[in-house]
Structure formats: structure tokens, C-alpha cells
Design a protein around this ligand. Structure first.
Ligand SMILES: NC(=O)c1ccc[n+]([C@@H]2O[C@H](COP(=O)([O-])OP(=O)(O)OC[C@H]3O[C@@H](n4cnc5c(N)ncnc54)[C@H](O)[C@@H]3O)[C@@H](O)[C@H]2O)c1
Length: 215
């Protein structure tokens, strides 16, 4: 497969594309900006001719207790996480509908199911992604486009690097499998969801969290 890596972080995105090699290309964009999204998707189609799979993975946090959260803190998290997922899905689904094939995976979070202290904006954005996933799954099912969400728990990435050690240890106590997740734990689930083996699964949110949330 060819991979179009889309990210606002040029340095990191270019490094990742270089690591993968000739089958990957980097496209710089802010997924919250509609014009940048439509232009980037058009450019990807120009370069690779079609898009079979979309993984909406970009996301940010901006944690504060609700009483101290200002509108800008709220807006940016909703714009990137939820509006960005909407914009990317809309721009890409046009092409998937025409070709009558597509696989979309949206990266939500267990916080979108449970809520969390200091994360009202993030929790709302991720709960929105879960409901958005179900609506898209219903709208696109007739065109052979499956739409699912994954809900990671605590995964070792740049996003969680910033969490102080004491809080990490408290999180660890909540994880039945007694370890933090690796990015590969999430990637493996996404690979399954876009494979032919998952052809009969749509509209679902699957937790990959070491057992924190059991639904
Ligand atoms: N790490 C965890 O424990 C965890 C848990 C649950 C859910 N998630 C979700 O997993 C996804 C990946 O997060 P991660 O942990 O790898 O964090 P990360 O910060 O390493 O990756 C997020 C990526 O999104 C990019 N990004 C941010 N704003 C953007 C924008 N406006 N346009 C384009 N790209 C943008 C960043 O540059 C970064 O490369 C996110 O949606 C996050 O909410 C992570």
C-alpha cells in the first residue's frame, strides 16, 4: 500500500515518510482548515489516483478543569479532533463513494466513553467522534464503505510523555493487563479493521486499553 501521511508537524511527518520509503509521502496540513483539507485530498488523488483507506488519527489535548477552561481551549480541541475528522471524512468519502469501496477508522479514546477530570473538551470531542462514526457507517454502508472507531486507553506516545510520573502510576493501577499500551497495539487493531477479515464490522467502537473499559 501507498501511505499519505498528513500532519501539521512537517519535521516529524517528513522523517516518518523517509523511514517508510518510496511508498509513503508527506502532506502538510491543518485538518481543522477546510480549504487545506480539500486541497490536500485532491493532491493525494492526483498523486496516487485513489484513496481506499482513511485513518483519522490526528488529535490534541488541552486539559483544564472546566471552571478554568476558556472558549479558545474548548474550540481548538473540538476543531481539531471532531471538525477535523468530519472534514477529512467528507473530502475523502466523495472518492470512496464513486469507487464503491472504502475503509475509515476514526481514533477516539476511552475518555470519550468514561469522561475525565480536566478533559471536558477532549471527552466531548471523542464522544462526538463515536457518534459521528455510527452516523457515517449508516450513511455509507450501501456504498461498501465501513466506518469504525478505535478507543485507545493509555498508550505510550508524545501525548502521554508529558504526564507526571505519579499520575502515570495511578493510571497503571486501573489497567487490568498491568501495562501501558504501545502504539503498535492500536495500529494492529486498525490494520485488522481495514482488512477483508473485518468486512462485516461497521459502526463499532473497539477499546484497545488493557481492559480499563469493559462494555
Ligand atoms: N496516547 C494515548 O494514550 C491516547 C489515548 C487515547 C486516544 N489517543 C488518540 O490517538 C491519536 C494519536 O495521538 P498520539 O497519542 O499518537 O499523540 P501525538 O501527539 O504523538 O500525535 C498526534 C498527531 O496529530 C498531529 N496533529 C495535531 N494537530 C493537528 C492538526 N490540526 N492537523 C494535522 N495534524 C495534527 C500532531 O502533529 C501529531 O503528529 C489522537 O487522536 C489521540 O487523541 C491517544
Amino acid at each position: 500500500m501507498n501511505v499519505a501521511i498528513c500532519d501539521i508537524d512537517k519535521k516529524n511527518g517528513e522523517e516518518l515518510a523517509a523511514q517508510i520509503g518510496a511508498s509513503a509521502r508527506f502532506y502538510e496540513l491543518d485538518i481543522a482548515d477546510e480549504l487545506q483539507v480539500t486541497r490536500t485530498v485532491e493532491k493525494v488523488i492526483e498523486d496516487w489516483h485513489k484513496i481506499d483507506i482513511l485513518v483519522n488519527n490526528a488529535g490534541i489535548t488541552n486539559d483544564r478543569l472546566l471552571i478554568r477552561m476558556n472558549k479558545a481551549d474548548w474550540d481548538r480541541v473540538l476543531e481539531v479532533n471532531l471538525t477535523g475528522t468530519f472534514l477529512m471524512t467528507k473530502a475523502t468519502a466523495r472518492y470512496m463513494m464513486k469507487q464503491r469501496y472504502g475503509r475509515i477508522v476514526n481514533v477516539a479514546s476511552v475518555i470519550g466513553i468514561t469522561g475525565n477530570f480536566g478533559q471536558a473538551n477532549y471527552a466531548a470531542s471523542k464522544a462526538g467522534i463515536i457518534a459521528f462514526t455510527k452516523s457515517c457507517a449508516k450513511e455509507f454502508a450501501g456504498r461498501n464503505i465501513n466506518v469504525n472507531a478505535v478507543a485507545p486507553g493509555f498508550i505510550k506516545t508524545r501525548m502521554t510523555d508529558a504526564i507526571p510520573d505519579e499520575i502515570r502510576q495511578n493510571y497503571l493501577k486501573l489497567i487490568p493487563l498491568n501495562r501501558f499500551g504501545e502504539p503498535k497495539d492500536v495500529a494492529d487493531l486498525i490494520v485488522f479493521l481495514v482488512s477483508d477479515e473485518a468486512a462485516y464490522i461497521t459502526g463499532q467502537t473497539i477499546c484497545v486499553d488493557g481492559g480499563i473499559v469493559m462494555q
